[in-house]
Write a protein that binds this ligand. Structure first.
Ligand SMILES: [Zn+2]
Length: 250
C-alpha cells in the first residue's frame, strides 16, 4: 500500500490486518511504499512513484530512488498493490495483461471487474511480473480502507499465505484500456456516465465548461471522473471477456 501518499486505504488495511493477524503459512511482507508522501497526504513528493519505475539508486527524485528500492524489496515475490480512485466506489482489480496470477487470484476476490492496463502500464509497478493491483474504492473514504482489508485477507487466502476457505469464485468481466479520454483545459468538468457501464454511440458522456462531449462509438468508461486526473477524464475501455475459475477468458 501507499504507492500514492494521498491514498491511505492500503496502509490503513495493513494496520488493521496486523492488529488481528492470523498465523501465516509462509512469509508475507507488508510494505508501505511512500511514507514521506503519506505523512504529508500528497500523491508524491517529487514525481509520481507509479510512473517512476524502474527508478535508480542515485535517481534525481525521492520517488526514483524509492522505485529502485521497492523493486529490490519485492523481487521474486507475488505482489498485491492497493490503490484508490476518485471515480468508482467499488473494488476492481488491474493487471498488465491477463496472466496466470490474475486468472487464479481474481475470481475469489470481491471485485467488480478486472482491467488490463495493457499499453498504459509504462513506468508503473503493474508492468512487473506477478503484480496484481486493486482499486479499493473512493480515495480517503473509510469504505475504501475497509474494502482494502477484506481484499488483503482474500488475496492472502487465495495465494495460500493464510489458512481459510477461499471465497466462492464469481464471474468477473475483463476490460482492456484502449485509449485515454482527453480533457481540454476548463474550469468546470462533468462526467455523466458510470464506470464499467456501456456508453452508446451518440450518448453524452462528459462536459468541459458546458461544452458537451458525445461518444462517437460505444465504449465502457474506466477510471473516468471530472477531476481525478489533470489532463484526461479517464480511459475508453473495451469489454474483452469474462473470468471465472473454470473457463479461461482466452
Ligand atoms: Zn494510486
Amino acid at each position: 500500500g501507499g504507492i500514492h501518499g494521498d491514498e491511505p486505504c492500503g496502509p490503513r488495511a495493513i494496520e488493521a490486518f496486523l492488529r488481528d493477524a492470523p498465523p501465516v503459512e509462509r512469509p508475507v511482507k507488508f510494505v508501505v511504499a511512500n511514507e514521506e508522501a503519506l505523512s504529508r497526504n500528497l500523491r508524491y513528493v517529487e514525481e509520481d512513484l507509479n510512473r517512476a519505475f524502474p527508478g535508480a539508486p542515485d535517481g534525481a527524485t525521492h520517488e526514483s530512488r524509492l522505485a529502485h528500492d521497492l523493486l529490490q524489496e519485492i523481487r521474486g515475490l507475488t505482489v498485491f498493490s492497493i490503490h484508490s480512485t476518485q471515480s468508482y466506489g467499488k473494488p476492481f482489480a488491474l493487471c498488465d495483461q491477463l496472466n496466470t496470477l490474475a486468472r487464479s487470484v481474481v475470481p475469489p476476490l470481491s471485485v467488480e471487474a478486472l482491467v488490463e492496463t495493457d499499453r498504459f502500464s509504462d513506468g508503473r509497478l503493474i508492468e512487473y511480473p506477478d503484480v496484481l493491483e486493486v482499486e479499493a474504492g473512493l480515495q480517503g473514504s473509510d469504505a475504501a480502507a475497509e474494502n482494502a482489508e477484506v481484499l488483503v485477507r482474500e488475496f492472502l487466502t487465495a495465494v495460500g499465505a493464510i489458512a481459510g476457505e477461499p471465497r466462492p469464485v464469481r464471474d468477473v468481466p475483463i476490460y482492456r484500456m484502449a485509449r485515454v479520454v482527453p480533457k481540454d483545459p476548463a474550469d468546470r468538468y462533468e462526467v455523466y456516465v458510470d464506470n464499467f457501464t456501456r456508453v452508446d454511440a451518440g450518448e453524452r458522456y462528459a462536459a468541459a465548461d458546458g461544452h458537451t462531449l458525445y461518444a462517437e462509438e460505444p465504449f465502457y468508461p474506466i477510471l473516468m471522473s471530472p477531476y481525478g486526473y489533470e489532463d484526461v477524464f479517464g480511459f475508453v475501455g473495451e469489454l474483452v471477456g469474462r473470468l471465472d475459475a473454470e473457463t479461461p477468458a482466452r
